[in-house]
Design a protein around this ligand. Sequence first.
Ligand code: SF4
Length: 350
Amino acid sequence: MSETVTSLPCAQDIARWAEDIIAGRSLSSPQARSLLDLEPGSEAVAALYAAAQQVRDHFLGNTVHFCSILNAKAGNCSENCSYCSQAAGSTNVDYSKTKWLDAEDIVDAARSAAENGAKALGLVAAWKGVKAGAQLDMICESIRQLVAQGNIRPDVNLGILESQEVANRLQQAGAAVYGHNLETARSFFDQTCSSHSFEERWETIQYIKNSGMGLCSGGIIGMGESKDQRVEFAEQLRFIEPQMIPINFLNPLEGTGYEDRQPVDTDEALITLAMLRLFLPERNIMVAGGKEVTFGERLHEVFAAGVNAVMVGNYLTTLGTDPDYWHKQVANYGLELAGAAGTGCGRGNK
Ligand code: SF4
């Protein structure tokens, strides 16, 4: 669909776009951008949510994936990501700093995540990136232990990869999916972090894809990026084709570089999710960090906006929603919990 959009789409336009997507034609960037200006509560927004569900059901069925993450090495990161409580310069002290966790703690966390319905557990480390040598050997050993335990799929989320060889070693140890977010649009990235570049993230994603591991990559909405930049971010995601796209919403934690920013408006966040669903119809889209702050009592409406995956359990440094809530909402929306997921977990808003 290369149609130029000069005015806001009406409900009929959006219904037609959904039919076009189902027929195999992609939503254009101008069309995606026009959706972000729709008036909350309007007929067009009701049509957008209907279209998002129709497209999700067509491409992905009615199943929902649950993923969990474990902060396997917390705090004291060298990087200066403005949204992150573990960043260099953050004065947030609302979590415990740890070295890479003992095998026993990792195995316990995997058991508990599996009991909550998660099919995958992402082992996340707060550092710039995993280093070849003793550190990589230690992580590969943790992955092998989770593979041997057999009740959950081990994913990793270990930051910037320095070489193809490191990616290949992780894949050979049994890591099924590597989570590495783009975080935001390329044109906005340097306003969120100056200690590493968007290009380093982009290169890491190429190593992940070349290794044969699945790719989990998304980002954070609400850091100050413009609506144009949200569409630019969606275009980048369309290009890299992740199996799972975790969408975080800025949770402006005290002591972080973004502590003074406001959380995204709930309707704006739902419309953004629905736009992503239409723009990326075949991708798993997961709501992750910051969702409790952004959606409050309307959290379940993420399913109305076309989402098909949820991060359950706690985040890296903040508490999440009780998994029972998600089990109930999946049933309320006529959805089903997926079996063994071909998906992953993301590194993002902490
Ligand atoms: S987002 Fe990751 S890389 Fe950035 S400061 Fe936090 S832990 Fe470090």
